[in-house]
Each structure stands twice: as C-alpha cells, then as structure tokens.
Design a protein around this ligand. Structure first.
Ligand code: GLA
Length: 699
C-alpha cells in the first residue's frame, strides 16, 4: 500500500511529501509544520494558465517531460536514442521516523528509479537517488541530479568561487528568471567549488532569514543550479556532472548517484554552519583527540631537504610547543624539484642516506607526531614509474593529456596501478612510525578516461577506497586532503579525511576571507590554518605576528615558516600563542561559529560554547574604517539574559593602533548578552590588516 503522504522531521527541520498523484512530490522542506499533508496539497495546487497544459502540473521529483515538465529532468538518459523520455509510476514507499524511500518504475522504458530522503543528524537531509536498468539493452545515464523546490520567498542565491590561493569567494545575487549553474569539470572538486549552493530570503544574514542549501557528497565533477522557470517557481539542484558515456547500465545493472546533502536554517547562514558542523562532528571517524599544533616544513625548506636543517626546525618547533611535524614534498625518488620523481614512493638515498629514521627519531624524541606528504594519484613523466608503466595514466585514446605541474594522473581504476600505489604507500607507513599523511592532488584532470571510457566517477570512488584501506591497515592514521591548497574540499571528502589544507595562501588577510567562507560548511577543526612567514610567499604582503596568529587560531592551527629564523621575541610570542591555542582549542573545535557583520572593512567572528558560558571572538580590520572612530563590535550568539565579563587578550602581541586615547573596556567590562548583541563594544582604532581577540565569560 502506498501512503498518500509522508512527513519526517528532525531537529526543527521537516520534509513533507505527497504520493497521491503517482509520483513523489516534495510539498515542504523547511521549519516544522503541524499541518496534515492533504491540506498542504490543497494549498499547493496551482492553476494552469493560458498557453499551458489542460491539466494541473505537479512538481514530481523526477521532473519528467511526460508529466508536463519542460525544465531539466532529474534523470537524463537513453538507449541509443530510445527511452529518453520516461514516466515513472510509484511502486513502493517506505516511511520511518526519519527516512522515506520511494521506488518508481517505467515498465515501458524498463527503468526503475529510487529516491531516499533521510535525516542523518542535526536536521541534515541526505538524499540518495538510484536507477536500475530492467531492460536487456544498455541505458546510458547522462545525469542523475537532485532537485528541490524553493519557496517563492527564496529570492537571493549565494555560492562560492575561487582559484589557487583565493578559494571560496562569495557571490550573492538576486534570483531571476533563468538558470544559474555552477559546473565543475576538473575531475576534482576544485578551487572554484562552492561546497554548498545557498538560496535565501531577501537580506538574510548570518543570524536571520531562511536559508536552503544543497551540496554534493562527492569529490569529482559536479553541477549545482538555481532556476526560476517561466511559471515563476524556483528550484535548487545538485549532483554529479557525468561525462558522455561515463555511466552505461547493462541489463540488470544499477547506478547509485553520490549523496546530496540538503541543509535548511531559519536563523540565517550561521544556522547552516551549526547543522553542518554538528552533523560532521557526529561522524564516527571525526577526530576526537585535541587537534595538534602542526608545523609543516613546506614554506620553510621547500625541496631542500637536509637532516641538519630539519632537525634544527624540529628543535625550535619543540621550543614553541608544536605537537605534529610534517615533512612535505621532496623526500622520495628523484624529487628534488617538481619536475620529476612523482610515483616513485621510496625514500631518496640522495637526501636521506639513512632513510627517514634519523629525522623521525628526532621528531618523536622532541615529543611530536610525524607526518609525511604523498601525492599518490599523480606521476611525473620523468619517473621510474612512468618509464615502466606509461599506460597507467588516465587518457583518452592514445593522446597523452597536457601536463600540469609536469605531471599526469594515474588511472586508479586500473587494478594494477591501484595496487602499486596502495602497496608503495602502505610499505612506507609500515616501515616508519607515521601518524599522519598529507595527500595532495596538484593538477586537474584532462581527458580523464580509462580504456577510452570517462573515469572521473570511478577514479573518485577509488581514492575513497584507498584512503579507507590505508586507515584500516594503519589504525589511528590521520589523512589531510590537499589539492594545491583547497582544491578538494567537499562534503564527500569530508566523510573520509580528518583535515583539509584550506589554501596554499598563508597571507592572513586573504585567509580571513578563505576561512570565513569555507567554514560555512566545514568546521574549523578540519581546516588547516598556519601562521606563515612575516612576508607572505604567495602575496608579498607583510603582516604582524599577532594578525597571523589570530587568523590561524580559528582552525586546526599550525605554522608554515622557517622558525629557525625567528628572533627571541617572536619565539616567546609563538610559545604564548601555542599555549593559548591548546587552552582554547576544545572550545573553538566544538562550539557554535558566529559571524557578525558590522561593515565592509571589518570581520567579527567567534566561537560560543553550546551552554553559552564562554566564547572567544576575533575583531579583524580588513581595511581602514570609513569613520574616524570605527563602528561598534556587535557580538551576537550569547544568552541575552546572562551577564558576561568581556576583555581583550593578546596572546601573540598587541595589534598596532592609530589613536590618541585607548578605549576603556579592554581590561574588562561586564555586559549582558543582550547588550553585546545590540550596543556592542567600541573598538580601538586599529591599523588596517590587524586583529584582536575578545574573551567572553559568564560572570
Ligand atoms: C601543493 C600543496 C602545498 C605543498 C606542495 C608540495 O602546492 O598545496 O602545500 O604540499 O604542493 O609540492
């Protein structure tokens, strides 16, 4: 028996489906509703206008042309041109408290489709779609994407764009007639990846307004859209972007599309982060140990590996209080520059004549964990691996793809290549005491085919499998996903790794933006944020240690700097910062992220404990303020009724001021949560590109 409707809810989010018209129809995705579904159907039935069809139009989730839909269907596909148009009739519906699964069939097209909606924690809705070929000839799937209707009041969209060293820059626009599409065809999620596509009510901000968001749980190609059709109705969609011929189902075969995650908030954008963080934090594999202060040696030594220098770095790191030491690129094969050696995963005798043991011993005896860099999906043509297996790369026909960073991509869907990479990495991890690996993916894919057939989908599944296998063989191993910085940060990779390298840009000013927007979906403990050199290697800007440190604090903090070159004062400040990070990381890595918008030249963000008893906020001057005396620091997110002691703290030195007298509250003031969120605190006049920290404790 097929029910006429279903309603599931979790943590204040509710999904109502109608099944009374032969196809599943989402009537509502938003705040909890008490109304029975049949009444919502009554309220939702639209008229048909002149020049439209003669019957009512229902917004079925498969969006078939046969049901009157003239926009893109959820399933696009065909059998050599036949069966491109389907009409799916419901055959079964299973409903439990938090999950609905609806199976439909088109007997004529010999296809079965299924859709499941499940609340997987904190009101996050996981949507899975599948297709089964019931026919005897093959069926090519060109697209299988998730669409959700948006209420008319969703009037603006926001998503994130970027490039190397400038990931996740926001773009916000009014939703207008037509299709807004964000496509990725890089074969990895990319620097330009939005992570979540947002739709929201007019003027929604961090604390108020309704926000609906969708994101694909996958690290390959993707497509996110927002559409307003001729009828005026709006939809949001997300899914994997499939290449021609990538998924062809033989008789009886099934395809499961990557999961899509739908997150709704009625308390603005911070509400989206709140749900996303709680959901990701509840993963069984979410790191439970304190996130170790990390030193990555990349910007300190690049390819110039040398035991003496690295031991010196390890000693200074110990003095500072570093807890994890990561040896980056350059330790293997002929890898003395990025021109050669990728693929030859054995320790280079030239730079490490006694292997890595002397360095690892040093690092361990200094009380730190040891981490090592890999880029297992890649090969330099100038490598022993490529010389012996030139056929192990992804390529279309006989054409070798254009090189990027002098490298090509290994075909991990080829079992021999997969086994080679798995066993070479496994061998290193078995031989040495390695707690952590940084896994890079420095180039995007071109003509990504295996045996002539597009292979991004299977290549992506292969890397997930490889990570899972490495973790199975080496319990406790942590993995960081990197792709020239933040080129592979997505909700799929978030299920299998422990950390992301947020960006190759360690310039604190750029990082303020990159971290703010990456953190809309990903919690700070999963985002590497390092104090870079005084003069940034990627922008040339010079920033104070205090600004760099306060920026690094709101993430999984670390350093990426030749700290052997620091002076006594800098080391003392780094030591203080390290103590501060260790004392406050449990709050920063578990609380609610709150952002406050004061004006265009300022960022205010912080983390409030769930019981609202304490918080730490950053006040950041991105540029000079327009007013000679800047706008008040307004701090939402606290309990309006509670009283708090507020003070400024300077764990990595004072910012620089440009003023004649100082403000009065820095040493401490007592204010209610209500006053902090409305009256706020008058800031000192900081120079541009500066920051200060504000501690807030219940008094
Ligand atoms: C990429 C990473 C860097 C570093 C280099 C090494 O660019 O993003 O952090 O690991 O590769 O080659």
């Amino acid at each position: 028996m097929i029910p006429t409707s279903a309603k599931i809810s979790q943590a204040g989010v509710c999904l109502v489906l109608d099944f009374s018209h032969g196809t599943p129809q989402v009537l509502h995705w938003g705040s909890e509703l008490v109304d029975p579904a049949d009444q919502l159907v009554l309220a939702a039935i639209e008229p048909t206008a002149h020049a439209e069809l003669d019957a009512h139009h229902f917004h079925g989730v498969w969006r078939e042309n046969s049901r009157g839909n003239t926009s893109r269907p959820a399933l696009l596909g065909h059998r050599s041109g036949q069966d491109f148009s389907q009409k799916f009739e419901l055959v079964s519906v299973d409903v439990s408290k938090t999950r609905v699964v609806a199976v439909s069939r088109d007997e004529r097209a010999q296809l079965e489709v299924s859709i499941s909606y499940e609340f997987v924690g904190s009101g996050v809705l996981e949507i899975q779609q599948g297709v089964k070929n019931l026919g005897s000839t093959s069926f090519e799937i060109q697209a299988l994407e998730v669409f959700l209707s948006l209420p008319d009041r969703a009037s603006e969209s926001m998503d994130f764009t970027g490039r190397w060293v400038k990931e996740r820059q926001p773009q916000r626009r009014e939703i207008q007639s037509g299709l807004w599409v964000r496509e990725v065809r890089e074969g990895r999620s990319s620097h330009d990846y939005t992570i979540l596509q947002l739709a929201m009510t007019k003027s929604a901000d961090y604390q108020s307004g309704d926000v609906w968001s969708l994101g694909v749980g996958f690290s390959g190609n993707s497509r996110h859209t927002i559409e307003q059709s001729q009828s005026g109705r709006k939809t949001i969609s997300a899914g994997e972007l499939l290449l021609p011929g990538e998924i062809i189902l033989g008789q009886g075969q099934e395809h499961q599309a990557p999961n899509v995650y739908a997150i709704y908030s009625d308390v603005g954008i911070d509400g989206i982060s709140d749900r996303s963080y709680s959901w990701l934090r509840a993963r069984k594999n979410h790191p439970s140990s304190p996130r170790p202060l990390t030193l990555n040696v990349w910007e300190a030594v690049y390819f110039n590996h040398n035991l003496e220098k690295l031991s010196e770095l390890a000693d200074v790191a110990k003095e500072i209080g570093v807890e994890r030491f990561v040896l980056d690129d350059g330790w293997f094969g002929s890898r003395r520059s990025d021109n050669s050696g990728l693929g030859d995963w054995f320790v280079s005798k030239d730079v490490w004549p006694e292997g890595l043991s002397p360095l690892i011993k040093k690092v361990k005896s200094n009380g730190m964990q040891f981490g090592l860099w890999f880029e297992g999906e890649m090969v330099n043509p100038d490598s022993d691996l490529y010389r012996s297996h030139p056929d192990w790369i992804l390529k279309s026909a006989d054409r070798v793809p254009l090189e990027g960073r002098r490298q090509l991509v290994i075909d991990l869907t080829n079992p021999a290549a997969y086994d080679y990479i798995l066993s070479s990495v496994d061998k290193i991890l078995s031989e040495y005491e390695i707690d952590y690996i940084k896994w890079d993916h420095n180039r995007f894919l071109l003509e990504p085919a295996s045996q002539g057939v597009p292979a991004v989908h299977n290549q992506t599944l292969a890397i997930y499998k490889l990570f899972a296998e490495l973790k199975r063989r080496h319990p406790g191993l942590e993995i960081e996903s990197c792709a020239s910085g933040g080129g592979r940060i997505d909700l799929g990779m978030a299920q299998v790794v422990d950390r992301f390298w947020t960006s190759d840009c360690n310039d604190a000013l750029e990082r303020q933006y990159i971290q703010r927007y990456t953190q809309i979906a990903i919690p700070p403990e999963m985002l590497g944020s390092h104090i870079g050199p005084t003069q940034s290697h990627t922008t040339g800007r010079v920033h104070s240690l205090s600004f760099r440190a306060i920026t690094a604090l709101f993430g999984h903090a670390g350093l990426e700097w030749d700290v052997t070159q620091t002076n006594a004062e800098e080391r003392a400040l780094l030591r203080r910062f390290s103590d501060y990070y260790k004392k406050h990381r449990s709050l920063i890595h578990s609380g609610r992220m709150i952002r406050s918008e004061i004006d265009a030249s300022t960022f205010v963000h912080g983390v409030v404990s769930h019981d609202q008893t304490n918080a730490v906020f950053a006040y950041v001057t991105l540029a000079g303020a327009m007013g000679s005396r800047p706008n008040a620091i307004v701090i939402p997110g606290l309990d309006p009724k509670k009283g708090y002691t507020v003070s400024a703290v300077f764990p990595a030195g004072e910012p620089t001021y440009i003023q004649r007298t100082q403000v009065a509250w820095l040493a401490g003031a007592k204010l209610s949560g209500e006053a902090l969120a409305s009256v706020g605190l008058r800031p000192p006049v900081l120079n541009p590109e500066n920051a200060m920290l504000i501690e807030i404790k219940e008094s």
